[in-house]
Design a protein around this ligand. Structure first.
Ligand code: SF4
Length: 510
């Protein structure tokens, strides 16, 4: 009996941007007695069903965007006599769907780190349960990924997780519902060990694949300090101290390392934290800006963000501390007006963000926005090929509509057109070249231009997902430049690298 782990994708690029971490975490969670799992990431190459034999276990991880391809794989694997197990965010939200449409024998809800071994054992006994609840595993129990199984020279960035969960509750995001609002921080030593393992293998660019790298804000501390009972304050301080300890650990790693994370804008108001990020080689961060007006921020329950000139100041503060920002902006918010698009483009340029993405407000399953949108649709009337559009991810590719939250004034086409124009403006050759001056050498500038164009090709598919000709053109282009980009990120392996001595002496109490 072999164990297969599959990351479904309708498009293969030959090279991936970031390692799909869950594959290697579940590989680590697979009991040794079953041998090395066979891992397929379809963003690299399509899966071959002939690799599966009767009695094998096939684990498929899905999010909404790849659920349909995941179900295809599940049915093919089941037809070959394998045990089919689904997990991931989408399977957690809609477990019954994987059984009804994906040929699942079992579905795992929540974290797979601990429960996966039991699922395999049960399959081995020919007695898998229909449902397993992996729950929310504590930070100390997160499995380190088994990077020894990674194919060489296939990914630009590796990924390591330091915290799961986010205390916020943004309306368009499902993280706080699926991963919970209580941050679960992983021990510093486990994180550093894993990064050392990756650097030995030639990865110097590492994405800290966290929901929110800054889970305790100065405002949280101030609020807790005002309470009579100081226990919450102590708890928050301990979490904050642990973040600093982690950043100390990162700072002690080789100087050529570059970390990227996801963080809320509030970190920009915390000079001590920014300084620690700089020391820790955290040189990039995805910041959810979402909207540039106070009304827009209210629309998405994100009024802890800044707007207007304050926003420009916050984003620049990251830059002044050596942190390049990938700003994420949402269009189609109820308060957006036609002039919002230019205002946003202008602000994105002025605030010094290095990269930006502009997405249309989409009701993703598991979010507050989705629940509100679903109520406005009559599933018996609004269907395509018999599938209600509230389950649009099940509509066959080619007919699948892009679904957006309806806007009070603008049509989806108008929002789409205007959003595309903002992408075009931000990623024009002239603007990219101007931003390329954030790096010194000519070689680095050329690399910056290539990466900007690659990013544009891979992610700017605003509203054109049904246009398969354009998707294919985009994918061909991305495939062409992905390989040279991968080489730019690769570093000479450091097989001799040890866990930094300073950390070791701390551990030994020296
Ligand atoms: S968008 Fe970011 S800050 Fe908001 S809930 Fe999701 S992870 Fe947290």
């Amino acid at each position: 009996m072999k164990v297969h782990l599959i990351n479904p994708s309708a498009l293969a690029f030959g090279v991936g941007v970031i390692t799909p971490r869950w594959l290697y975490v579940l590989a680590a969670a697979t009991p040794e007695s079953y041998g090395d799992p066979i891992i397929t990431d379809e963003t690299l190459d399509p899966w071959n069903p002939l690799t599966v034999s009767a009695g094998d276990v096939v684990g498929i991880g899905i999010h909404t965007g790849n659920a349909l391809r995941g179900y295809e794989i599940g049915n093919l694997a089941r037809a070959r006599g394998a045990y089919v197990v689904f997990g991931g965010i989408h399977a957690t939200l809609y477990p019954e769907e994987s059984s009804a449409l994906g040929g699942a024998h079992a579905v795992v809800k929540g974290d797979g780190d601990l429960v996966w071994a039991r699922v395999i054992e049960d399959c081995g006994r020919n007695a898998p349960l229909a449902m397993y609840d992996g729950g929310k595993v504590e930070g100390g129990e997160f499995k380190p990924a088994r990077w020894s199984l990674l194919p060489p020279n296939k990914y630009m960035w590796a990924s390591v997780q330091t915290v799961r969960g986010c205390p916020k509750h943004c309306s368009f995001c499902s993280v706080w519902k699926t991963d919970g609002q209580r941050p679960r921080q992983r021990g510093v030593d486990a994180v550093i060990d894993e990064i050392v393992d990756l650097r030995r293998r030639g990865f110097r660019f590492i994405a800290l694949a966290d929901d929110n790298f800054y889970p305790v804000t100065l405002e949280d501390l101030a609020m807790a300090a005002r309470r009579q009972d100081k226990s919450r304050l102590e708890e928050l301080k301990a979490m904050r101290d642990e973040r600093f300890e982690l950043m100390e650990g990162l700072a002690s790693l080789p100087n050529d390392m570059v970390f990227f994370t996801q963080i809320t804008m509030e970190a920009a108001e915390d000079p001590e934290f920014l300084a620690a990020m700089k020391k820790a080689h955290i040189k990039g961060a995805l910041v959810g800006v979402e909207a540039v007006t106070p009304e827009g921020l209210k629309d998405v329950y994100k009024d802890f963000n800044m707007s207007g000139e304050h926003l420009v100041d916050r984003l620049r503060a990251f830059r002044h501390n050596g942190v390049h920002v990938l700003g994420s902006f949402i269009f189609g918010l109820p308060s957006d007006r036609p002039e919002t698009f230019n205002l946003t483009a202008e602000l994105a340029e002025r605030s010094g963000v290095t990269f930006a993405q502009f997405v249309m407000l989409t009701p993703f399953p598991g979010t507050v926005d989705f629940a509100a949108w679903e109520k406005t649709i009559d599933p018996k009337v609004e269907q395509i090929d018999g599938v209600p559009i509230t389950r649009h991810w099940l509509i066959p590719k080619g007919k699948q509509p892009k679904v957006y939250v309806p806007h009070p004034l603008m049509s989806p086409d108008e929002i789409r057109m205007r959003t595309q124009a903002v992408w075009d403006r931000f990623y024009s050759w002239r603007n990219i070249w101007a931003r390329a001056h954030c790096v010194e050498s000519m070689k680095s500038r050329i690399a910056f231009v290539m990466i900007s164009k690659l990013y544009r090709q891979m992610y700017a598919n605003t509203g054109i997902a049904t246009d398969s000709a354009r998707i294919n053109r985009s994918a061909t282009w991305a495939r062409l430049i992905a390989k040279p980009c991968q080489r730019l990120f690769a570093a000479p392996p450091m097989p001799e690298l040890q866990v930094p001595a300073r950390r070791m002496s701390e551990l030994q109490g020296v």
